[in-house]
Design a protein around this ligand. Structure first.
Ligand code: ZN
Ligand code: ZN
Length: 360
């Protein structure tokens, strides 16, 4: 099969012919239909996170089940699926307490990863987050896919696999934002736009989008932002405080930039909450004024929108199919696999919400 392979960080991906093995016990082989191009993939290319190489990136994906291994019961060939990039063991403390996104027993969650799934001339190729959707097929553990309704367009709902789930889950699951809350969102990219529409869905009274590009702030308005702040021209903290009357309940950081987290902390009111959704570079540190904690300011982390994928993803797809969730509008460009490096260049420039790679 064809796959885009990362051989070296800070280098372009190379399209290669690779081999995948057949699904073993508890594994599912999926024909990839579409994959989003996400900032986390870009972080791996740029070397912000360490990577074992060579590696196939891509983790925001949808496809059709081709074959299943022994013991797989919840999907069968022909089923439409969205990838879950946090497979879970179902037995550890996190799993049994309803937090599978924190499962710390990844060896049990994905035992097949120990045996080479994909090889190139006999050499092992690593798979990013057990998904590896920049390839024509994905061989994944059973909990790495979720069956979805057959009438949902896979080239759109692939985005539920990361950006939509993470952004909306950050609002509804992680932060539990209530109706009437005042919310600021730093960064109006794929994740930020979904935080914005999540805040709209739960009835936030003010949704203040902060970004450096007017084109993204325009998109933010379409997704539900009530106010926009261009941080290139304005002091973002002062502007957000002014708009919210110093009553901001939540500030979401969606970029993965330490300074934005510090800004978010300064934006929130006493008792307010900062939610760090963006993926921070591995060795980064966040500076916060210690005294402010006396006034019960909070900072919380967010993994995958605290997703319980079996419950949350079908609900999100139903909302989309009912016309209440904007997903089509996230897709700015579609590419064949050969265009993947161009898709990353566009993502780096900040000009697109999401690019999609389509197969076949
Ligand atoms: Zn992602
Ligand atoms: Zn677990």
């Amino acid at each position: 099969m064809k796959a885009a392979v990362l051989w070296e960080q800070q280098q372009a991906l190379k399209i290669e012919e690779v081999d995948h093995r057949q699904p073993g016990p508890g594994e599912v082989l999926v024909r990839t239909v579409a994959s989003g191009v996400c900032h986390s993939d870009l972080h791996m290319i740029d070397g912000l996170w360490p990577a074992r190489l060579p590696m196939i990136l891509g983790h925001e994906a949808a496809g059709v089940v081709e074959k299943v291994g022994s013991g797989v019961s919840h999907v069968k060939p022909g089923d439409h699926v969205v990838a879950n990039f946090r497979p879970f063991c179902g037995r550890c403390g996190f799993c049994v307490s309803g937090r599978p996104y924190l499962c710390d027993n990844q060896e049990a969650a994905d035992p097949g990863a120990a045996e080479d799934r994909v090889t190139l001339d006999g050499r092992r190729v690593e798979i990013f987050t057990s998904v590896g959707s920049f390839a024509e097929y994905m061989l994944v553990p059973e909990t790495g896919v979720l069956r979805v309704r057959q009438d949902a367009p896979l080239e759109k709902v692939c985005l539920v696999g990361c950006a939509v789930m993470t952004g909306i889950g950050a609002v509804t699951n992680t932060a539990k934002v209530g109706a009437g809350a005042r919310v600021a969102v730093i960064g109006a990219g794929g994740i930020g736009l979904n935080i914005i529409q999540g805040a709209r869905l739960v009835g936030a009274s003010q949704i203040i989008a902060v970004d450096l590009l007017d084109s993204k702030l325009e998109l933010a308005r379409q997704f539900g932002a009530t106010h926009t702040v261009n941080a290139a021209n304005d002091d973002a903290v002062a502007r957000v405080q002014e708009i919210s009357g110093r009553q901001l309940d939540f500030a979401f950081e969606s970029i993965g930039r330490p300074q934005s987290a510090t800004d978010a902390f300064r934006m929130i009111a006493f008792g307010g909450t900062v939610v760090i959704v963006g993926m921070m570079p591995l060795k980064s540190e966040i500076t916060l004024p210690g005294f402010a904690f006396l006034f019960e300011k909070k900072v919380i982390g967010c993994m995958y929108g605290s997703a319980r994928v079996g419950i949350d993803m079908p609900r999100l797809i139903d909302l989309y199919m009912d016309g209440r969730l904007m997903v089509d509008e996230l897709v700015s460009r579609e590419w064949e696999l050969e265009g993947i490096n161009d898709a990353f260049s566009l993502l780096r420039s900040g000009e697109v919400a999401r690019s999609i790679i389509r197969y076949g």
